[in-house]
Design a binder for this molecule. Structure first.
Ligand code: SIN
Length: 283
């Protein structure tokens, strides 16, 4: 049973105290955790040295675990040598431990985004563990997209209702498959809370039905508005922290500002989500 919920910021986030997530959660505890997840968007559990099996078991409590088997290859530069999983015994876990040769500023999570937006059904949640964290820096920032939507003027809300943001496809990268262009609604209705939030990232290049020139100022405005400091929580990692966040109503940004001589070894699972977008051709 949860003994305390401690808010992490005005905008979002709560630390959950009194639950040992290494053990299977009974239904009552899980329903409290789930309610807090929907209310606060990010949940923090401190001092939880989970095994990979426990990490996967906890993920499974939230829904079906996303398979990552084709995304990160064992020889990928994104897998640091010290902690890689070369035998791929745990294909559902992504090891975020950039190779020392990768500049922190080039790390792919180092911009405002929401996970899995290149797919039609982005994951509903991500569970990230801090295994080894730098002395300073390497924080993860989160922005509350419900608040971003609520604080728009009624005229802007009407303007963007029903519009789709297009994220261009990618060509094949060394460690990733190519992805087609995809359109997601700029205003998304959360499938569980039924609340509306903004839903876009800096990678959206155009709005469906508009030219690039027409789209850019609107995208720029919405992206800047969404990450105003009053909508943001910045998490400073401690070893054995576990964060669970709701990808359907938050943006996040892994800040690449730590000493490259230090290790930042994180491990992440994701929970499958429901359909939101559609692939488009001819972009
Ligand atoms: C991510 O973008 O999902 C990774 C977040 C992090 O490493 O802080």
């Amino acid at each position: 049973m949860i003994t305390q919920i401690r808010r992490l910021s005005f905008a979002l986030g709560a630390e959950i105290i009194g639950i040992d997530i290494r053990k299977p959660l009974d239904d009552k505890s899980f329903s409290e955790v789930h309610a807090a997840f929907l209310e606060y968007g990010v949940l923090l559990f401190r001092g939880q040295p989970l095994t990979r099996e426990q990490h996967i078991a906890l993920t499974r409590r939230f829904g079906e675990v996303e398979k990552n088997d084709t995304k990160y290859k064992p020889d990928s530069e994104h897998l640091g040598p010290a902690h890689a999983d070369p035998e791929r015994k745990y294909p559902d876990i992504v090891v975020n431990n950039p190779h020392p040769n990768i500049k922190r500023s080039d790390y792919e999570g180092n911009f405002w985004h929401t996970d899995g937006m290149t797919g039609c059904s982005p994951p509903m949640a991500s569970l990230l563990r801090g295994i080894e964290v730098p002395e300073v820096g390497g924080d993860t920032m989160f922005a509350n997209m419900y608040l971003a939507y609520q604080t728009l003027s009624d005229t802007m809300k009407k303007l963007i209702e029903g519009l789709y943001g297009i994220r261009p496809g990618t060509t094949r990268l060394k460690y990733k498959q190519p992805t087609p262009s995809i359109a997601h609604p700029l205003v998304r209705v959360h499938p569980e809370t039924s609340r509306k939030s903004l839903y876009l990232s800096e990678k959206v290049s155009r709005i469906d039905g508009m030219t690039v020139e027409e789209s850019e100022p609107l995208i720029q405005f919405l992206c800047n508005h969404a990450v105003r400091p009053q909508f943001v929580y910045r998490h400073r990692w401690r070893k054995d922290d576990l964060l669970i966040w709701d990808n359907r109503c938050l943006l996040h940004n892994a800040v690449g500002d730590y000493d490259s001589a230090q290790t930042r070894h994180m491990e992440r699972t994701r929970v499958l989500g429901t359909p939101s977008g559609a692939y488009i051709s001819g972009e």
